[in-house]
Design a protein around this ligand. Structure first.
Ligand code: ZN
Length: 458
């Protein structure tokens, strides 16, 4: 009897310690899909708080809420890291129309770009010059541009399967369009929304004036894709038409804000950090559900899923909810600065900031040796249809943590519909699918588990 008990005990102990990685991943996915918390958190962030632009009251509410929720899941430490952030306010709703003759107007949908100045009180009306690129603008010169509103209308390239590439191929118009047009005496800038779909939503996003003095700056706004097409076709018929827009946004002084941080302290290597994060701020037009509420709640749930799945990490696992990714990256810069000061060794940092859609895999910023180790784990993800393991861009918020030896990564969800919602009023809770969100959280937690178990390859 005693012998039998001993055999049974040995079998049980070896069963637990010999649980394979495949079995552990299965537990993580099951926990996320049957007992996840990401969707509930996203519901609150989107529907009870809403858009969380840096420096806004909603951003403050989101800091308080996520801090309290992280405390509830029983982490070893939860704290706020102070950071000063820019505060830009949209003011009254924007208004715009196309005027073909005196009194003949067609209303169009626009929104101010983040960081833009307002129009003069009472609005701004001028003739329009349509261009497809900054190069084309430069080739036309001051004589064709002065006194006009420049309309940047290069669409996102439809045949690129990676829609982030199409975004990257267009976003210079939004970011630098006003700065460049100012040099040629333009009075305003209208930019086609960064959206592959034809619809009526204007999409905001950050823009810069570079070192152009405040007195010379011109207002810039995004126009919906439907209205960009309308404006372009009306210009083809009548190049003397006028465009009117009015916006009252302004840049205020920097204000105090915070990154929200939680940690499970490692049992064996507490000073080796594995970070998982997203950005807590969002644009103000929608609720920031995909960008980046999804990444925030997935990152929070990674730590919870590890605990719920009975995993006790050897290394310290941190969730960081970065403030001010959208219009300044101040939170990420501050986090990396403090981590460096404290000599914290961040071996692996994973960001989710590409929407809450079905996960496909990850892109990695790492050495070949580390990539080979990562590829040796690829088979484990096969049952979950996770197949994309490529070298590439990780994420804006983890970027400042890069060293010669560590690994950075970004979750790569399916990106086909991401730009339907990105920075627009329709980026709301209903646009996020519960299962897709939970699969993303489980996929992230699985990779975190593997990095905790095996560490870096070199
Ligand atoms: Zn984002």
């Amino acid at each position: 009897m005693k012998y039998l008990f001993l055999v049974f005990t040995c079998l049980f102990v070896s069963f637990v310690s010999a649980q394979t990685d495949a079995e552990i991943l299965k537990t993580i996915y099951k926990t996320s899909l049957t007992n996840g918390n990401s969707y509930k958190w996203l519901d609150h962030l989107s529907n009870q708080i809403g858009g969380r632009l840096s420096g806004s009251l909603n951003a403050e509410k989101a800091i308080e809420y996520t801090k309290e929720e992280l405390q509830k899941i029983g982490l070893d430490k939860v704290w706020l890291q102070p950071v000063m952030v820019p505060k830009w306010v949209r003011g009254a709703p924007e208004f715009a129309f196309i005027e073909t003759a005196s009194g003949a107007t067609t209303k169009v949908n626009i929104c101010a770009l983040g960081g833009s100045i307002g129009t003069p009180f009472g609005g701004l009306k001028a003739q329009v010059l349509e261009v497809k690129s900054i190069d084309e603008l430069e080739s036309l010169g001051k004589e064709n541009i002065e006194g006009k509103i420049v309309f940047f209308n290069r669409p996102m390239q439809a045949d690129l399967i990676q829609t982030f590439e199409a975004y990257g191929g267009c976003v210079d118009q939004r970011y630098a369009g006003a700065m460049e047009a100012t040099k040629f005496g333009a009075v305003g800038v209208i930019v086609r929304s960064m959206n592959l779909r034809q619809d009526d939503f204007p999409h905001t996003g950050s823009m810069t004036y570079g070192d152009i003095p405040v007195s010379k700056r011109i207002p810039s706004a995004a126009i919906s894709t439907n209205d960009a097409n309308l404006l372009s076709s009306m210009l083809a018929l009548n190049k003397n038409l006028k465009f009117f827009f009015s916006q009252s946004c302004q840049q205020l002084n920097d204000v105090q804000s915070y990154n929200v941080i939680g940690e499970i302290t490692g049992s064996q290597f507490p000073n080796e950090y594995i970070l998982v994060g997203g950005h807590l701020d969002s644009w103000d037009l929608g609720d920031g559900a995909h960008d980046d509420g999804a990444g925030v709640v997935q990152s929070m749930d990674v730590l919870r899923l590890l605990k719920e799945s009975g995993i006790k990490p050897k290394r310290s696992i941190r969730v960081v909810l970065f403030m001010n990714e959208e219009n300044g990256l101040r939170g990420a810069t501050k986090y990396a600065e403090i981590a460096k000061q404290k000599g914290e060794n961040h071996i692996f940092s994973l960001e989710s900031d590409s929407g809450g859609f079905t996960p496909r895999g990850f892109s990695f910023d790492c050495s070949d040796t580390d990539m080979n180790q990562i590829l040796s784990w690829k088979e484990l993800f096969k049952p979950y249809l996770i197949h994309y393991f490529e070298k590439g861009h990780s994420g804006a918020d983890v970027g400042p943590l890069k060293t010669d030896t560590n690994v950075l990564a970004g979750l790569r969800p399916d990106s086909q519909r991401y730009f339907d919602y990105h920075h627009a009023a329709n980026d709301t809770f209903d646009a996020v699918n519960k299962r897709e969100l939970e699969l993303g959280a489980a996929t992230m937690a699985s990779l975190v588990y593997l990095f905790d178990k095996y560490g870096l390859a070199n």
